[in-house]
Every structure is written in structure tokens, then in C-alpha cells.
Design a protein around this ligand. Structure first.
Ligand SMILES: Cc1ncc(C[n+]2csc(CCOP(=O)(O)OP(=O)(O)O)c2C)c(N)n1
Length: 666
């Protein structure tokens, strides 16, 4: 297949990205042969095609993938070697990514789910399952590798790290990835990790080591790292001419080609006949793949979000456990809009009560993050939940946001509902890669996989002051992140309804909890009940008015309402409540009535979400406007620690009132 791609398809321009696994194939095939448990999973990388073919990918599909045709794992959406595959003969191939190192923490998540399935859900069919993650020696220097290593060893997870060490990361030598270029030697003293080092080209040795490593992990002994030393016989990719390797090096590598070694080892086989058969089958598969249709451009944007077609792997839908009953109850509850009478509770209690009610109803839901366990969260949103639901369902994690989000992806792919907490919005930065890849996962697999989760993040300044680290809202970045919903409630009742919608939905959701609203009087509301849901994309008119529409969200809702007090009947304050999706029709309807629009937010101005709202108003309601569409936001600078400096950055009721007055007078 490599030869056909290199000599024919790539020069002809039919394959754009061509990656050969020559030199790696023996070790990979042996590994995949061991993964026959129906709940095994593997997180692969771009050099894993021999593994994939052993795990059940057909030759036609593999060719179709490189050719960007339909009938391939991504239906032509992704690079041909970025694989995913629901289980065929055992192992599920978790959606891989183009980011080196991003495969590790989702594999750790699946490994953790294996225990959860057995211990919490009492599903014995998961006993003996394992997760495997494949990566090169370069990837063993990545954040994801170390994060997953920490998770797997501290929790004794059934995870096998399969490191294919070809001594190069494109052209960068192994000495720059780990001292002495041997990750196995360097991890020899790592507690809780079995380490095996193997010649990946020596048939009996590598077969024995692969069997030993998989057997060790399957036996419940905890994680293992198996390093296989292999040559990379071709360039990193088709375009790499390997000029950085000397002729002697290349000759030495060629001498380690595992295929002649296998031939010499298995003299009992008729290799000429095998080769002929393979040539014939591969040519036939290529002809079939070339005949696969190209993707229909009209379908290109499908599958970013759930749109009625359940995915095959990930989230609650494939098994739909209790989902129907919950949806029915949500529907009924959504119809009764009147908040029941009762004591007003703060937003923190509202969130905690909602989490508790959903955890009680949905045994697949689990909460984790830094300090969410015994302490109950640094904000208190998970207080007592570990005590009530146990440490397998509510638990502290190691301090790695990439690990928290990547693990959440793996847990979601294994059919659970992860509810990770990120301590403060700024501290989600290390998780950016996992966030981006989670958001495009359904799209990249053409709807076959999904990883729904609800990520709770406290945002914004505190009651009195802020600082650059704990006071970020940054909603514009997440509104720009593909495949994610974003809810940003401004009061306790909305928080309950939006959080429950998120927890019963089928897409990844960011749930923002404004720090200045968690325990303040204006945001208190009666608890609207254990089945109350609030659909996304429905804004609230907080105050009706005739002369100016003010669009806002989060804590700014209260500053806008305070500012509007001088004009009780003129200013219409709209609380968007969700940023993605956002309620365009409510905004447009109001602007058509008032003829004027001001957008107020706490995020910084340039490329802030106000720009999006204003663009839509300008496009759709231009004829109705009587004044320029305006925005008032935080200045383009971090939130300062000093209260007096902060007053110079964040919009206040006074500055908002001034802009309102200007626009009313325009
Ligand atoms: C996060 C990230 N950084 C850089 C790249 C570009 N890149 C692609 S493959 C590669 C080398 C990876 O080497 P290694 O992990 O040793 O695997 P090998 O290709 O040798 O099998 C690099 C730098 C990438 N895809 N992702």
C-alpha cells in the first residue's frame, strides 16, 4: 500500500498526506492481535495503519481515507491516517488527532471508565478490558504523555503505553526528547509502572513482549510502558527526503527491516504465494476505493452538533440508558414556566442541588477536578457530593487541566457523562488542545463518535475585586471554538435550568459560573425543581422598554439593570443566557422595535462577542436602526488586582448609564 501511494497516488496528486509505517508494522500487528476484548480501546496516531488493518479496517477503507473519499473512517473530512473506528472485532479505535501527544489522556479516560463500568455500574462485561495508547518517541516528551502517565500510575489504570521509538521526530533526534534517548530506561524507577523494552523487529522477542505487556495490564496489575525499538524506513512523510540521515544510518536501519526478518523466521510459510495474493487483493481494494464517490459538498458542515442522529460510540445515546424517561420529564418541566414558591437560594446552592439531583438520577454521571472531592471545590459547588456519591463518582484529580479534559473525552467515549470542573477560566488554558479536539470529534468521525460533557468553569471578577488570573471570562474564545455550547447564567433559577439542559444534552457544553453571582442577593431565586430545564438559545427580557435594546449576559445584567433605572420604560435589557447558541431572533425582534442597540460585556473588546451580535444586527436589522450599534466592554487589558484600577477597565453602572443616555439622545 505504501509503495502504491508513494509511486502512483501521491505523485499523481490523489493522496496529499502520505505516511509510511515501514519498519513499525510487525510490532503494531502483534499488538492489535492481542486486543480482542469487546471493550478494549486504542488511541492511535498517524503512523498506525498496520495496527488499524489488523484491528479490522479494510484495505479499501484505508486507501479511501488517503484518497479523501467517502467510505473511509472520516468520510473524507480528515487526513487519511487520522483514524477512528467503532469496535469490529474487539478494540474500539478512539478518534485520533493530528496533534502529537493528544492521544494519551483520552486513553487514560477510557482506562478509568473500565473500572467505573465494573465497580459503579456493576457491568461485568468490562472485566479484563484494557486501553492502549500508541505514540512515537517524540510524543513521549509531550504534555499529554506525562499527564496520562501520572493519571494511570496514581490510579493504577489498565493502560498500556506503546512507544514506537524510531529515534526521530521528523528530523529531531531522540536525545532531545529524553536524556539518553531511552524513555524506558528513564522511567525504570517510576512507581506503579511496569516497563518493558523490546526490539520491535525481532519476531519472537517482540511477540513475547507484546503478549507479556498486554497480559500484565489485562491482569489488573496497573499500567505498563512497552518501548519497541523500530526503524523508520521511509521519510517522516512522503515529502521528507531524510537528508538529515547519513548513508550509514539508513543502511543500518534497512538492515533492521522487520519483514525480511519475519520471512527468515517463518520459513514454513509460502511467502511468494502470500505476496501474490496480497498484490491481487490490494490492487482490487484500490480500484474499489478509487470508485468511491467524493463527499457531497452539501454535507460538509453536518455533524458538528447532535442533530437527531445518535452516534455509535460515546455519550449516553448509544445505550440510551433511562434517556427516554429523562427527556420526557424535561419536556414536561420545560412547559411549566412558573417558578415554584420557596426560599430563594443562591447560585452556588442551585448548582450543587442540580448536580446532586442529576447524579442521583444518572449513575453514569461523574464529577471530577481539582479539590472537588473532600473539600467540595474551592468555590463550594460540590460540597458533600463525594460523601453522598462515593469517591469513584466525585473525585479529585492530578493538577493537569489537559488531563482533566482529555480524561473526560475518554470517559465520554466509554459511554459515561463527565462533569469536569476547571477551577478558574484562565486555568483552562492548558486544556485548549483537548477542548478543540473534543469539539470537532463528532464532525471528524462523520457522526460516528461523540464526547458530550459539561465543563463547569467559574469566571469573572469576584464580588469586590479582580486580578489577571482568577477574573477572566473569555467567552469570545469559546464562542469561537467549534462544536461547543456555552451557557452563562445570571441567576440561580437559570443556572438550574441551563445546567440540567447541558447534563441531559448530547453535545459538549461550557457552563460558566460568574464568581460575583455565586453568593450575592440579586441572583438568588427559588429552586425551580429537580426536572426544571431551560432550553439553550432562549434569551430573557429582564426589563421591557421601547427606545433602546441592551444586550448583555452574566454579571453585567445587573449593572445594566441598575444603569437603566433612570429610564424605566425606555430601555429593554436582554439577558442572552447562552452565548452558543445565542438567541438572534429575540435580539432582532427587540431592535426592530426600539431602533437602537447597545451590547455590554465583561470580556475584552477586540473580537469580543459584542462584535458578533452587532454584525448580525447590522446585517439583519439595518433598515430598523436609528443610531449606530454600540458596544461597551472591558478595555483591551487584563483585569487589575486593585479595585480602583479595575474600575478603569470594567464597565460600571455609571459608564453604562452614560452610553445609554448618549444613545437615547442620538
Ligand atoms: C502538537 C504538535 N506539534 C507538532 C506537530 C508536527 N509533527 C507532526 S509529527 C511530528 C514528529 C513526531 O515524532 P514521533 O512522536 O517520534 O513519531 P514518529 O513520527 O517518529 O512516528 C511533529 C513534530 C504536530 N502534529 N502536533
Amino acid at each position: 500500500m505504501d509503495e502504491i501511494e508513494e509511486r502512483e497516488l501521491t505523485p499523481q496528486g490523489k493522496v496529499t498526506y502520505q505516511f509510511s509505517a515501514r519498519g513499525h508494522e510487525l510490532a503494531q500487528i502483534l499488538l492489535a492481535s492481542q486486543l480482542t476484548h469487546p471493550h478494549d480501546a486504542a488511541a492511535v496516531y498517524y503512523r498506525s495503519r498496520p495496527f488499524m488493518l489488523t484491528a479490522g479496517l479494510s484495505v479499501q477503507e484505508a486507501f479511501a481515507a488517503g484518497l479523501a473519499k467517502t467510505g473511509s473512517p472520516s468520510e473524507g473530512r480528515d487526513v487519511g491516517v487520522v483514524f477512528s473506528m467503532p469496535s469490529r472485532q474487539g478494540v474500539t479505535i478512539l478518534p485520533s488527532s493530528g496533534d502529537v501527544g493528544a492521544q494519551y489522556t483520552p486513553a487514560a479516560g477510557w482506562a478509568q471508565a473500565i473500572g467505573y463500568r465494573q465497580n459503579v455500574l456493576k457491568d461485568s462485561t468490562w472485566a479484563g478490558a484494557i486501553a492502549v495508547v500508541l505514540g512515537g518517541d517524540g510524543s513521549a516528551a509531550s504534555n499529554g504523555f506525562w499527564s496520562a502517565l501520572t493519571i494511570a500510575t496514581t490510579l493504577k489504570l489498565p493502560l498500556l503505553f506503546f512507544i514506537e521509538d524510531n529515534q526521530y521526530a521528523i528530523s529531531v533526534v531522540g536525545d532531545l526528547q529524553t536524556p539518553g534517548h531511552n524513555i524506558a530506561a528513564n522511567l525504570a524507577a517510576f512507581q506503579g509502572l511496569r516497563v518493558i523494552d523490546s526490539d520491535g523487529t525481532h519476531p519472537p522477542e517482540v511477540a513475547g513482549n507484546v503478549a507479556e505487556a498486554t497480559g500484565y495490564v489485562r491482569g489488573g496489575n496497573g499500567p505498563c510502558l512497552l518501548r519497541v525499538r523500530v526503524p523508520r524506513l521511509n521519510g517522516h512523510s512522503f515529502t521528507d527526503n531524510q537528508a538529515y540521515k547519513s548513508a550509514e544510518q539508513r543502511a543500518e536501519e534497512l538492515a533492521r527491516d522487520p519483514l525480511p526478518r519475519l520471512r527468515a523466521y517463518r520459513t514454513d510459510l509460502d511467502w511468494d504465494r502470500l505476496e501474490n495474493d496480497v498484490q491481487r487483493d490490494v490492487r482490487a481494494a484500490l480500484a474499489a476505493a478509487l470508485a468511491n464517490p467524493d463527499g457531497d459538498p452539501a454535507t460538509a458542515a453536518q455533524h458538528l452538533f447532535f442533530a437527531g442522529q445518535p452516534q455509535q460510540v460515546g455519550g449516553l445515546l448509544p445505550e440510551d440508558v433511562g434517556g427516554h424517561a429523562l427527556r420526557e420529564r424535561s419536556r414536561v418541566a420545560a412547559q411549566s414556566k412558573d417558578a415554584p414558591p420557596g426560599p430563594r437560594i443562591n447560585m452556588l446552592d442551585a448548582i450543587r442541588k442540580t448536580l446532586e439531583a442529576e447524579l442521583a438520577q444518572n449513575p453514569r454521571a461523574l464529577i471530577f477536578g481539582e479539590d472537588v472531592g473532600a473539600k467540595g471545590g474551592v468555590h463550594g459547588a460540590t460540597l458533600d457530593l463525594q460523601h453522598k456519591f462515593g469517591a469513584e463518582r466525585v473525585f479529585d484529580t492530578s493538577l493537569s487541566e489537559e488531563g482533566i479534559l482529555g480524561r473526560a473525552v475518554g470517559l465520554a467515549l466509554a459511554g459515561l457523562l463527565p462533569i469536569p470542573e476547571i477551577q478558574f477560566r484562565k486555568y483552562a488554558d492548558p486544556a485548549t488542545e483537548q477542548i478543540n479536539n473534543c469539539g470537532t470529534l463528532r464532525w471528524r468521525t462523520a457522526g460516528k463518535f461523540a464526547a458530550p460533557m459539561v465543563v463547569r468553569i467559574p469566571v469573572g471578577y469576584g464580588k469586590k475585586t479582580g486580578d489577571p488570573w482568577h477574573s477572566v471570562t473569555g467567552e469570545a474564545i469559546y464562542a469561537h471554538t467549534l462544536g461547543w455550547c456555552l451557557a452563562f447564567p445570571s441567576n440561580a433559577a437559570d443556572a438550574v435550568g441551563l445546567l440540567r439542559t447541558a447534563l441531559r444534552g448530547h453535545d459538549p457544553v461550557f457552563f460558566f459560573e460568574h464568581r460575583a453571582l455565586l453568593d450575592t442577593a440579586p441572583s438568588r431565586r427559588p429552586y425551580p425543581g429537580d426536572d426544571y430545564v431551560l432550553p439553550f438559545g432562549q434569551a430573557a427580557v429582564v426589563q421591557a422598554g421601547q427606545a433602546l435594546t441592551v444586550v448583555t449576559w452574566g454579571e453585567m445584567v445587573y449593572r445594566c439593570v441598575e444603569a437603566a433605572q433612570a429610564w424605566p420604560t425606555q430601555i429593554e435589557v436582554i439577558d442572552l443566557r447562552t452565548i452558543s447558541p445565542w438567541d438572534r431572533s429575540a435580539v432582532l425582534e427587540s431592535v426592530r422595535k426600539t431602533g437602537k442597540c447597545l451590547v455590554v460585556h465583561e470580556d475584552t473588546m477586540t473580537n469580543g462577542f459584542a462584535g458578533e451580535v452587532i454584525a448580525v444586527v447590522a446585517e439583519e436589522a439595518f433598515q430598523d436602526l436609528d443610531a449606530p450599534v454600540a458596544r461597551l466592554t472591558s478595555a483591551d487589558c487584563p483585569i487589575p488586582y486593585s479595585a480602583s484600577l479595575m474600575a478603569g477597565v470594567v464597565p460600571s453602572a455609571q459608564t453604562i448609564a452614560q452610553r445609554m443616555a448618549d444613545l437615547l439622545a442620538f
